[in-house]
Write a protein that binds this ligand. Structure first.
Ligand SMILES: [Zn+2]
Length: 338
């Protein structure tokens, strides 16, 4: 049932599959792990597994590689199964008590329509306010029969300890770079060189990797090449690069700026690795390795560490001190050039 579209997480899938097969399904689970690694997909597949109408009649080993087409699984796949409830609070900063009452409790306590289990999947559970969490706690303490609550979070520490202790914890790890690379190659949207860079930039999150397209990966390359050729005594080149940065407060520009910081930081890290690590395996910008090696020859370790410090300071100035972005970047680029 856990079909091929979920990559990795074999251990976690094994635990859940065993629970389903041995009728030991818990009332509540807490799926924790980084964003974009597949927790929601696994929750969805688990909802299918415990409600599947052909499970038991088919060898469960066979179900692993083929998507089930029974009425229940098909409806869950389409998101229209009446007993599988997705609780998402898009655009809401903090989930309030009333939202938990209406969104979860009222629906959870309705008798199930056609499923064996009523399943409630709460994404980004860490956004529940303390009040909402306390309301939720009551449901967790006295869950209706045949109900399964799955809380999903990338930040389990922001949930009350009493919530965490009520749930069976399933911890998801980030995905291996090789798995992500394999998946990117099989999707074929990126050149193989871009796919390697993307898998390295993904931090083990397939969701994050899939948000990067060849334009973004190309932009990263351009940015770093620009940095490599910055002339400390040329105001033109410093100002030119600062102008090249996305500096408005549009969410899109802000996101791009966050990525720019990350790209520059990873490139400086590459330079450190080139200087200190002989096998170069951890290098992110594999498409710039030759030119990075030339730069690394010119800069000593202290110089690179200084530049890293300047980058962190600029990041802090912009995000926490509301500094002027254009000026901050110009100052940063002067530091990076020298
Ligand atoms: Zn099925």
């Amino acid at each position: 049932m856990f079909n091929n579209k979920i990559i990795g997480h074999d251990f976690q899938k094994g635990i859940l599959k065993r629970a389903a097969n041995e009728n030991l399904v818990s009332h509540s689970y807490l799926f924790s792990g980084s964003d974009g690694i597949g927790k929601k997909l696994v929750a969805n597949e688990f909802a299918k597994l415990i409600n599947c109408k052909s499970r038991g009649s088919v060898d469960s080993a066979n179900l692993d590689s083929a998507a089930c087409v029974c009425g229940s699984c098909a409806k869950i796949d389409k998101g229209i199964h009446p007993d599988v409830i997705y609780v998402q609070f898009e655009g809401v900063k903090s989930i309030k008590v009333e939202q938990i009452r209406e969104g979860v409790e009222e629906r959870l306590f309705l008798k199930s329509f056609e499923g064996k289990f009523k399943v409630v999947i709460v994404d980004e559970a860490e956004r529940m306010s303390n009040g909402a969490q306390n309301a939720f706690l009551k449901t967790l303490e006295e869950p209706p029969p045949n109900s399964v609550i799955i809380l999903i979070t990338s930040n389990p520490d922001s949930l009350l300890p009493t919530i965490r202790s009520r749930c069976q914890l399933v911890r998801f790890n980030t995905l291996a770079e090789e798995l992500i690379l394999e998946e990117l190659k099989s999707r074929g949207d990126l050149s193989s060189e871009d796919a390697i860079v993307c898998s390295k930039l993904s931090n083990g999150s397939l969701g994050r990797a899939l948000m990067m397209d060849s334009d973004l990966i190309g932009w990263r390359k351009e940015l770093i090449q620009y940095l490599m050729h910055l002339k400390p005594d040329s105001a033109m080149s410093i100002i030119g690069l600062a102008e090249y940065m996305p500096l408005t407060s549009d969410p899109e520009d802000m996101e791009r700026m966050t990525l720019a910081f990350e790209f520059i930081s990873l490139w400086l890290r590459d330079l450190m690795l080139i200087k200190t690590d002989s096998d170069k395996k951890g290098i992110t910008n594999v498409d710039l390795i030759e030119s990075s090696m030339q730069i690394a020859e010119k800069w000593d370790l202290d110089n690179i560490l200084d530049k890293m410090g300047a980058l962190e300071k600029t990041r802090n100035d912009i995000y926490n001190m509301n500094a002027n972005k254009q000026l901050s970047f110009e100052n940063l680029f002067i530091r990076l050039a020298s």
